[in-house]
Design a protein around this ligand. Sequence first.
Ligand code: ADP
Ligand code: MG
Length: 678
Amino acid sequence: MQKELGVFTFNDLLHHFPFRHIDKTKITAIGNLNPEEEYVQCIGVLNSFEVIGAKQGRRLLSSVQDKTGSLELVWFQSISTIQKMISPGSIYLMYGKLSYFLGKPQIVHPEMEIWHPEKVAGRDSLEPVYPSTEKLKARGLGGRQIGKLTAVLLMHVKENDIPENLPQNIVEELKLMPRFDAFTQIHFPKSTAKYEAAVRRLKFEEIFFAQLRMNLLRSQRHRFSKGVVFDKVGDHFNKFYKEHLPFELTSAQKRVLKEIRTDTARGRQMNRLLQGDVGSGKTIVALLCMLLAVDNGFQAVMMAPTEILARQHFQTVSALLSSLDLNVAILTGSTKARERKKILEGLADGSIPVLLGTHAVIEDPVQFKNLGLVIIDEQHRFGVAQRAKLWEKAALPPHVLVMTATPIPRTLAMTAYGDLDYSVIDELPPGRKPIQTVHRYDHDRSAVMDFLKAEIEKGRQVYIIFPLIEESDKLDYENLMRGYDEIKTYFPEPQYWISMVHGRQPAMQKETNMQRFVEHDTQLMVSTTVIEVGVNVPNASVMVIESSEKFGLSQLHQLRGRVGRGAEKSYCILLTGKKLGRDARERMKIMTSTNNGFEIAEKDLELRGPGDIEGTKQSGILNFKLANIINDRAMVDVAKKICEEILTDDPDLSQLRHQRLKDFLQSQKGKTAWSKIS
Ligand code: ADP
Ligand code: MG
């Protein structure tokens, strides 16, 4: 029970909720049975047995009768035991799943017991059925046996053992079932209505305390954390902003920049999530923030999840900063030892103010003179532990800006990352033409290839992406190679040149192949999803995604975001096999109907549920037992509002009316992963 279900204590058992109930509170007259009912309970006189059929088809047949009709009973197993145990002619109470055979009602493997009128009268609650596992079932601890344990437990717990943990006024205002009742009624409800009320109460509790914990963390950080102060806008920032900014910032970019400036100027540590759809222009915001840090005498680093992306950031940033007298370095896993040594020295003595790189930048040997800002691009690839490493890099913790292009719906973001502050770039730079997305089947391939040729003819470049199927690196590789060979037959050298990038290549080779594409040496880029994140080649205007059905929505959207970055009209072609499942078909429909990342994220969430959304898995915060952040969104909003009101008024929960909250939080300490989230 412990290992299998994570149930260790009585408290765990109380929280091991049933997934359905059996209603044995009512008895149906056989004549009134109807196909709408799933599980039924009847009383009747048992008729004689008959064994029919042979081998697999061998079965025991009987029937029961009441005044209104007759119900057939069937057993396929334990035939002789059953014949011994129950006796025709007696009155039985039986329960089971109702089915119809040749128009007649029947129950297969009914539960049966001799009818005692006084016993039936005592059944006044629904009977719970619990999730169990095969192993436990084999040991006699199936879903219903667990119910027996729980029943015994509930007989012994008193109201004091499950004290109310919400302030009385909230319980009353929201008409919540009291906590003790809720635990009783969720297991053994007197009625469906009571069960629903119990679930509502316990869901609210789950959501509410999750919010409260995170809001507390955030407000404590706001009040007590000390952070480096970026209070002046200096020469680098001004010079760049006035003379070298290649375009006017969108108002969303300006707003976000202001939010960050305010946040970093007040002497507390910033911990901020910046969301912006692919192509919304997060890099320039990051760059300006780094200049802000530098102008205030601090070093800044920006980490990317892949080598390719880190190099691209490095190129973008060093090109933009070339006219400022600033030392910009890049550190990755493949930086050569000599170069590395030089960089480490420059970071330690402060002569390198701006560093870009992969997670190599937070490895142990890297010491900064005075690190003030860390920007993490595409954060979902970075684990919590890696982020924690940052704290060791400076006396005062540096400001942290986490950037992600995997849009998470706002409610979800606020719940999953409620301990972070939140900024969003919700506007694309002007002049972007929407990417035209189409869905094509494999057998249209040659028409698709002709289209690519025409686009290449116009001077455009093309991405062709193959999926990673994770389980098998070898299969992925073979799949890609087969694809590459086929593409080559359509696009032979020397008329066409193809870059290929995949996970098995050494970093240098990936880099060279990528670089050739960036420089328009090659017209086609054939790749696995290694290019998914961040690369920017404005002249590439066509994205072909092979086996699109194998990708999730947010991944498809990310990939599509690689095109549509230049002035030309861009296309995304989703290739799939002929046979598509319902979900895959739905994904294609969504992709071809919208370009909006937030809208797609919402749909993704509906299709897959919150547990699977990238960037939330590791947060562990959405592992609610009862609540579902999508379906219970309204409740999330209510809980959030109440939390905010409470904490604004009483940030330490020190008022008497909030004592219950404080006690409950204290009793939960160490049970959750909250403390581990940076
Ligand atoms: P992402 O948010 O996906 O990281 P990038 O920062 O790579 O997006 O920006 C995408 C493209 O948009 C880049 O080519 C960048 O130069 C350009 N860009 C960013 N901001 C603006 C703007 N305000 N006006 C015009 N182009 C912009
Ligand atoms: Mg980016």
